[in-house]
Design a binder for this molecule. Structure first.
Ligand code: OOG
Ligand code: MG
Length: 255
């Protein structure tokens, strides 16, 4: 059994200090998924104890592009906290991050609780609004390398997220063309259909996976449904923008 509290503290401090740490697996043997999710919860609890609140969950590895880029194929999830929220168009501070990457996503905001096995109709009925989004991921591990247990313990690499304009819940998100630019340069193009064939499937998976861990998705929460393309390194860039067709635009600057 891994030392849940000690590893959670290490990950929490790595995120706070923007300093990479060695992977957990390998060093201390395998990390079973159940223990990895325990570490995730314990690390986020430390953040909640400092005053942050839970504002949603994120899904990971819901597209081929992401699975191929990171060499992992199991869907994972992580928790979103209030200190990760970036307002559309606002600036983020580069010094807060280790080696940030950005990826184009679709997000939904909920108006009703959702947990466990839900049908597509039940999932859709709980959606209050939809938006294009950018997720900033920042693995706390050296070289952005990890095995499945590592990345689960590290809250699925989540670090910050930006949502575009919130649109009516019946807005079609199934096949939206997405064009992501870093410093004005085209870095990734794709479609939201890459997210499990339809991002709403990722919402159903979020309800099931979080529900299995005893977490009910709450009204008001944002659910990030996963990257539609591979992630792009932010490096020393100054701006990131996403054009998501009828879902509009979302972006941020880096200072
Ligand atoms: C893990 C997070 C994956 C996504 O959208 O697929 C993820 C990582 O790639 O570091 O956020
Ligand atoms: Mg993501």
């Amino acid at each position: 059994m891994a030392d849940i509290a000690a590893i959670a503290a290490r990950l929490d401090e790595a995120a706070l200090g923007a300093r990479a740490i060695a992977q957990i697996t390998g060093q201390e043997g395998e990390l079973p998924l159940a223990e990895a999710y325990e570490i995730q919860r314990a690390a986020i609890d430390r953040r909640l104890a400092r005053g942050a609140t839970l504002v949603g969950v994120k899904m990971g590895f819901t597209s081929e592009a992401k699975m191929i880029q990171m060499g992992l194929k199991d869907q994972i999830w992580g928790r979103l906290t209030s200190d990760m929220v970036v307002v559309n168009g606002a600036a983020i501070e580069r010094a807060r991050f280790i080696h940030p990457r950005v990826e184009p996503e679709v997000a939904v905001r909920l108006k009703a609780p959702l947990a466990g096995e839900v049908t597509r109709a039940e999932a859709l009925a709980a959606v209050d609004a939809v938006a294009a989004a950018l997720e900033i991921i920042d693995s706390r591990y050296e070289n952005f390398r990890f095995a499945l247990g590592d990345v689960v313990a590290d809250n699925a690499s989540s670090s910050a997220f930006v949502t575009g304009p919130w649109l009516a819940p019946d807005t079609d998100v199934s096949d939206v063309a997405m064009t992501m630019r870093v410093d004005g340069e085209l870095v990734e193009t794709g479609t939201s259909a890459a997210i499990l064939g339809d991002p709403i499937r990722s919402l159903i998976a979020a309800a099931r996976l979080a529900g299995a861990a005893g977490l009910v998705l709450q009204p008001g929460w944002t659910i990030m449904l996963g990257g539609a393309t591979a992630a792009a390194a932010i490096g020393d860039a100054r701006s990131v923008s996403l054009d998501a067709g009828h879902l509009g635009r979302v972006g941020f600057t880096i200072e």
